[in-house]
Design a protein around this ligand. Sequence first.
Ligand SMILES: *Cc1c(COP(=O)(O)O)cnc(C)c1O
Length: 369
Amino acid sequence: MRTNTAVDRVFNFSAGPAVLPVPVIEEAQRDLLSLPGCGASILEISHRSKPFIAILEDAEQRLRDLLAIPRSYRVLFLQGGSRLQFSMVPMNLLRGSGKAAEFVLTGSWSNYAIKEAKREGQTRVLWDGRDTNYDRLPKLDELPYGDSAYVHLTSNETIQGVQFASDPKRSESVFVADMSSDFMHRPVDVSRYGLIYACAQKNAGPAGVTVVIVREDLLERSADSLPGYMNYQAHHEANSLYNTPPTFGIYVVGLVCKWLQEEVGGLANMYQRNRDKARLLYDVLDESPDFYQGHARASDRSLMNATFRLPSDELTAAFVCEAAAHQLESLEGHRSVGGIRASIYNAMPVEGVEALRDLMVDFRNRHAS
Ligand SMILES: *Cc1c(COP(=O)(O)O)cnc(C)c1O
């Protein structure tokens, strides 16, 4: 039986909450009763205590170093997941702007995002992939941009498995990116964006904390009339301690960043690993397009969520069943796309992807007509 540590752990292909690096869980476990030098658990200490402030500052500094976040950007640790950002972004950046927010609709999550923005103000759709069931992406430099409050895009559509491979170039627009499911999977040029948000539970930590990276000047758009918690400016002024923040989640995000820095060697290395892992699966799709039919067009395929179908529902069910027998878990596709979804985030070890690839090849050889 193949496992990925001495302890019995499956290879977990869940879309989120998702696999975390083993050294991160081990460190959290080792220090759970008493943080070194503190004498109490991270679960027990005040968010205003010295040890926690040190953890918060360390997590922010590691994020800044990994992503080369310019000094003119603020880093906020919030709650409410990315769903709350679907509302907070338009409340802060669209309300009262007299302009529309422009949306690139590339899948389920961007559609949820525009739905919330419509409650706040004017929206305009720059591109919509609905006609082909969100299997492809537009070229970002060729969209019919106007004078907008901001342009919202979803860097990786977790459900459909399409992902933008590069950052937008246009400097006249303020880009807001939902990076929930590919945060820190490669180096990004933060200066190309006005605001980046990512719930942690896909690629950066546990559920409960959401990272927001926002360009300082945009904070001036936040109206005083907003409810306190919904105001980015309030969180910035309070240094992410406006209310009790998700202390444990912030701690684990810091550990994930430390793992990326010290064990992976930075985001360029992480990106190479991610490309290598995804290639293992996509090579099988390309070799056998009649058996494994990818959902996403090859040029727009995600390095994080590989989505594909087998020739029948019976074969899909049989595949999921065999996978579980091989300790390969949570491979069922989202109900709106069907088939298989293999989420292979940063923390998925290459051995897990190799094991899935081996099963795919073997299963095809036994079942292809
Ligand atoms: C998971 C996900 C969300 C929703 O995150 P919550 O934390 O559940 O609110 C939003 N956008 C994308 C791209 C996601 O993958």
